[in-house]
Ligand binder design. Sequence first.
Ligand code: GLO
Length: 530
Amino acid sequence: MKEWWKNAVVYQIYPRSFKDSNGDGIGDLQGIIQKLDYLEELGIDVIWLSPVYDSPNDDNGYDVRHYHKIMKEFGTMDDFDELLENVHKKGMRLIMDLVVNHTSDEHDWFRSRPDMYIWRDKPNNWRSFFGGSAWQYDEARGQYYLHLFSKKQPDLNWEKEGVRQAIYAMMRWWLDKGIDGFRMDVINMLSKDQRFPDGPAGDGTAYFINGPKIHHYLKEMNDEVLCHYDIVTVGETPQTGPEEGLRYTSPESRELNMIFTFEHMGVDQELGNKWQPRTYSLVELRKILEKWQSAFQEKGWNSLYWNNHDQPRSVSRFGDDHVYRVESAKMLATCLFFMRGTPFIYQGEELGMTNIQYEGIEKYKDIETLNHYHEQRKQGRSHEKIMQEIYRRGRDNARTPMQWTSGPNAGFTTGVPWIDINSNYRSINTESRHHPQSIFAYYQALISLRKKLPVLIAGDFMLFHKEDEEVFAYERKTETEHLIVYCNFSTNTRSFEQPDGEVLIGNYSKPARGKRLTLRPYEALVFYRQ
Ligand code: GLO
C-alpha cells in the first residue's frame, strides 16, 4: 500500500535495555531476535531501533564512531542481517536511528578530515543541551569546535557538500541492505546560521533550530536518497510548531513523512528548562494536541507518542503509577491511539512500566542526568532537591531494563544488568500478558482496531467538552463512520450525556450502568457507530 506507514503501529526498542542474550548485562541484537515472537504477538508493524552503530557510548550510541559497524556489545553485522531477515519474515519492518547532526569525536572523520566539522576562533554563547558551553577548545588546532550535545559529539558541518554526500552514501548503504526507513535524530538542527551570532535567550537555539538551510538539505536528501526507496521517515524536531511541522511533512515539500513534536512533552516544565516543574491543566495539554491534530488535518501526518528513551514513563507522568496504574496506562493508550497519526509505543509501555528512583547518583548512567547533577551541586544546591528533579525528568526513567519475568533480573540478563532493574518487576512483567485484563492485552486490542477501522486514518478530529479540566473527549468522523472517545484523566467519577453508538472498547471490565455515561477514575470509553 502506498503510504503504508499511516496504517502502521511502531514499537521503539532501546537495544541496551531490551534483552541480553549473552549474559554481559547489556541488551543485544540476538536478544531482540529472541523476542520477535513477543512483538508479533503484540501486533506491531514496524520496529524502530535506537542506534546500534559502533560507539564509545558517551551518549549510549547517539555518538556514532562507525556508521557501518555494529556496536560490539550488541553483536555483529551478521547478527544485524539475521535480525532484519527475521523481522521481514514476520511481515514486520525495521527502521534505524539516523544520527547525523554529529558523530562521536572518535569517528575517523574527526581525526582525518576535521574540516567536516564546525570550527571557530572564538566561542559564542551557545549552550550544549547536556550543560555548559557548546564549544570545546582543541589545543592542536588552536580553535573551538561546536558540540550541541556532549563534548564527545562534535557537530558535522552540513554546509559542506562533501559531508552531505558522505551521509547520503551511508544512508543508501543501509537502505540497499533492505531497512525500511529512518528515525532522524535532532534533524532540525543540521543548519546553523553561518554568522554564529550570540543567542538572545543565552543559548543559540534561535540560530540552529530549523536553521536557514534545513529545508534545502532535507529536500536534497529526499531527492538524492529517500525518494528512491519505499520507506518511512520520521524526523525528531524539538522546539518546532505546527506551521514549520507542515513544511517538513507535506507531501509537496518532498522532505519527511512525519516528525516528532515536543510541544506536549513540554507542558509540565518551564520553557527551555526540562528540570523545572510547572503545573499545568488538562485544558493546556489538550489544546496542544488539538493544535497539531487540526494543523495536520488536510496535509502532513502526525506521529503520536507519550514515551521514548528521552522521556519519563507516561504512566508516572500523566497517569497514576500506584492505585490506578493499570487503568491509567490503558487510558493514556486509548487517548493516543484514536487520534490521527501513527502511534509509537516505547518498550515496556505496553506493560505499564514506571519511573525509577535510585537513592544514589552513582546508580544513574545518563550523561545528561549526571552533568545536571554535578553542575547543580557545584552551584550549591542540595542532593535531595536535585534528585527530585531527576526522579521526575531523568532519561534513565525510560532506560531501566525491560521487565520480562518475575525471575532473577526480570529475565533481562543472566549477568549483572548495566543499570539497575526497577524493583517492581516482580509484579510488572510480561508473564501476565495473557490475562484478558492485562495492559498488554489492551494494547493488542487497540492495535487490531487500528487495522480495522478506516475512520482512524481518514476521519476528521474534533474536540468536545473543551473546557473540562478532567476529561479529554474527542470524536473522529467520516461520512460513514463516527467514533467518540472519552478519557478521564482524574480520580474523580464524572458523568455525561450518553453518546450514541456501541461501546467499542473500554479500560474497565464493564461500563458502569445507568442512563448517563459514567466515567470512573481514569476510565476510557470509546463509542462507535456507522
Ligand atoms: C534526543 C535524542 C537523544 C540524544 C541526542 C543526541 O534529543 O533522542 O537521546 O541524546 O539527540 O544525539
